[in-house]
Design a protein around this ligand. Structure first.
Ligand code: G
Ligand code: G
Ligand code: MN
Ligand code: NA
Length: 254
């Protein structure tokens, strides 16, 4: 079978799952929420990386169905976790450019929030700079609608795309996620450090929350605290966790 045929079968047979990677507020050590990460266990052949199958899902437009499934699954868990974590826990989802541009996105989100009785602020969409810059007018309108609904929006992999500072002013955004390549190099490379601290300052000046991705060491964490970054995510805290591992995750870390 081709990979596309295997993906179609996985959709029919419930072959996808989500991993939940914790995000920690740097100042307090408190759990902010989780990023939901799509996993595909191709039967027999083991685990396939999202960087391999997500582009194929997009090409074949299967991302629509899988993306909808992921939102429903993650929000259902969020609902189930409410007794443990309270109703301020944020569940963050990666949204592909195709999904972001779809006309039905807002209706889907309204229905999900209603089905699971969640506060819209518990739902966050991660979009890339590329997705935002494809059609500026449409993006502005979509972001306005999301803001009106009360759903949060984060820019994923910030700093790697064609970010136009001019448009950033007009977009109604909540969060910038600093790409993990900058974090990986910042303690060795003054240029990477400059990029990271500039993004943190940009976030502060535009009143956006800033999340550092791919934090792996205490030295990186301490540098980020010193430079005023608000949230961290990465292997230092935890990799993507299963449902039950995530449920058992502490509400506060050292
Ligand atoms: O967890 P991992 O590092 O393997 O994820 C790699 C990338 O795959 C993520 O950075 C993200 O861009 C993409 N990805 C993960 N889950 C999803 C998803 O549910 N939808 C989309 N569109 N992309 C995802
Ligand atoms: O949405 P995005 O493409 O940024 O997804 C994050 C990806 O980065 C996930 O696939 C996850 O497995 C990976 N990741 C998360 N934390 C770390 C980390 O600390 N180090 C590295 N190398 N990868 C990470
Ligand atoms: Mn992401
Ligand atoms: Na990212």
């Amino acid at each position: 079978l081709t990979m596309e045929e295997n993906l179609r079968r996985a959709i029919d047979k419930n072959g996808f799952s989500l991993a939940y990677q914790p995000q920690i507020i740097l100042e307090s050590g408190k759990l902010r929420g989780f990023e939901a990460l799509l996993r595909w266990n191709q039967d027999g052949r083991g685990y396939v990386q999202p960087n391999v199958f997500v582009p194929l899902l997009e090409e074949t437009r299967l991302i629509d169905r899988v993306g909808k499934w992921a939102l429903r699954e993650g929000l259902r868990q969020c609902r189930d976790w409410r007794e443990e974590f309270g109703d301020e826990l944020v569940m963050s989802f990666n949204v592909s450019p195709v999904q972001f541009a779809r006309a039905g996105l807002l209706d889907d989100l309204r229905r999900l929030l209603d089905d699971y009785q969640l506060d819209p602020a518990q739902l966050e969409l991660e979009v890339t700079e590329g997705a935002l810059m494809q059609d500026l007018e449409q993006s502005c309108e979509k972001l306005r609608q999301l803001r009106r609904l009360g759903v949060r929006v984060a820019v994923d992999d910030f700093g790697t795309g064609y970010s136009s500072l001019a448009y950033l002013r007009h977009f109604e955004l909540d969060t910038l996620k600093i790409d993990r390549l900058f974090i990986a190099n910042m303690l060795d490379s003054p240029r990477d450090a400059a990029v990271v601290s500039t993004i943190i300052d940009l976030g502060r000046n535009l009143e956006l929350e800033v999340i550092a991705e791919g934090v792996e060491t205490l030295a990186q964490r301490d540098w980020l605290i010193e430079h005023g970054c608000q949230v961290m995510q990465g292997f230092l805290v935890a990799p993507g966790l299963s449902f039950s591992q995530a449920l058992a995750f502490p509400h506060e870390v050292d």
